[in-house]
Design a protein around this ligand. Structure first.
Ligand code: AHG
Ligand code: MN
Ligand code: MN
Length: 335
């Protein structure tokens, strides 16, 4: 379904989600689109806060430290509270898991009605907030298990990434762009602030199969596994001819990789031997998007989406991007 705006035919995100549902999930009762619209509503509010942060004294830190051991920025908390508020009253969301919250938010008992579990990084790239560099929100949607699992909340939450029913991100940059998948391709929308709607900008995105861009924080190179250090040495050879691009916001480095190809890697370091990035609400959703666009995501050894989580905020090494590029990293790093 589409409509006309500025005399052109446009497809809003809501239309797209309903079309997706009509084609791929005719049995769904529209409740899934209500969850996604709750998330997109929250990201419109966050986009507005991010754009005006410097004018509203909401830059800088709260002075608190979260379960990740990281200093919490004011915008981290604002984004977190916005998503909790926008999803909290959706009666089909049973549980929410946030990077900023030690424990899951049990909105209501999981049952046939409130079966969705929404996991999110409310603001990714916090170190970039105060210097006006791209940041984002990342989300992952699971359903409660229907295999007779008993009522233990963590059994329903700690599912491998291949069980995700949807995933996506919003990047707050020169424009606000949302990308999402429900398992039927990756689709991208740009927020038109004049009408407050996300309008379809790219459908069925396919990640280039190769790309001579690698994205890593090379300051930690000496702490990386030997194979990764050898890969990084190879990228600098004349025959390789690679460029380094590293924004320091995962969502922005992934957005570039999705559109232009290349590879992003955050290997284990002495400081973060399990890797820095979180499995449930950073690696899993981006891995779902990467694979839906024809790319690859591993932890250096196995497919990210196959990892069976054991803890809510567990971390993982991440190698994600074009198939040829992730294969090349694996050929050097035997995991
Ligand atoms: P968050 O702001 O949600 O804590 O995530 C920050 C992450 C990710 O966005 C980025 O790729 C990575 O931290 C950067 O880490 P380094 O500063 O160690 O390179
Ligand atoms: Mn993050
Ligand atoms: Mn974050």
């Amino acid at each position: 379904m589409s409509s006309r705006h500025n005399n052109t035919v446009v497809t809003t995100l809501q239309h797209h989600i309903m079309d997706e549902q009509r084609v791929h999930r005719p049995d769904a009762s529209g409740e899934f689109s209500s969850v996604l619209s709750g998330i997109t509503f929250a990201t419109k509010i966050i986009a507005d806060q991010v754009r005006r942060a410097g004018l509203m004294n909401i830059l800088g830190s709260t002075g608190q430290t979260n379960i990740q051991g990281e200093v919490v920025q004011k915008l981290d908390m604002i984004a977190n509270e916005t998503i909790l508020a926008c999803l909290g009253y959706r009666d089909n969301v049973g549980i929410m898991v946030s990077e900023e919250e030690d424990e899951p938010h049990i909105i209501k008992e999981l049952d046939e009605r409130s079966k969705y579990i929404v996991l999110f990084d409310p603001l990714d790239g916090s170190s970039n907030i105060d210097v006006n560099v791209s940041i984002g929100t990342i989300f992952s949607i699971l359903q409660r298990r229907s295999d007779g699992t008993d009522g233990r909340v963590m059994d329903h939450i700690l599912q491998p990434g291949y069980n995700q029913v949807a995933a996506g991100y919003v990047i707050y940059s020169s424009s606000t762009v949302l990308a999402y998948t429900t398992g039927h391709g990756v689709h991208m929308f740009t927020l038109d602030p004049s009408i407050g709607a996300f309008l379809l900008s790219k459908e069925n995105i396919s990640m280039p199969v190769s790309g001579k861009t690698y994205s890593v924080n090379e300051a930690y190179k000496s702490q990386f596994p030997d194979g990764v250090q050898e890969y990084l040495d190879w990228t600098k050879t004349k025959e390789a001819g690679y460029s380094l691009r590293y924004i320091g916001s995962l969502v922005a480095d992934f957005h570039r990789t999705l559109l232009k190809g290349g590879v992003f890697l955050y290997p284990p370091t002495q400081k973060t031997p399990e890797g820095k990035l979180r499995l449930m609400y950073e690696a899993n959703p981006l891995a779902f998007l990467a694979e839906q666009a024809g790319g690859v995501a591993t932890d250096g050894r196995q497919r990210i989406l196959d990892i069976v989580p054991t803890a809510l905020h567990e971390r993982t090494p991440l190698v994600i991007g074009s198939k040829d590029e992730t294969d090349r990293v694996s050929s050097f790093w035997k995991g």
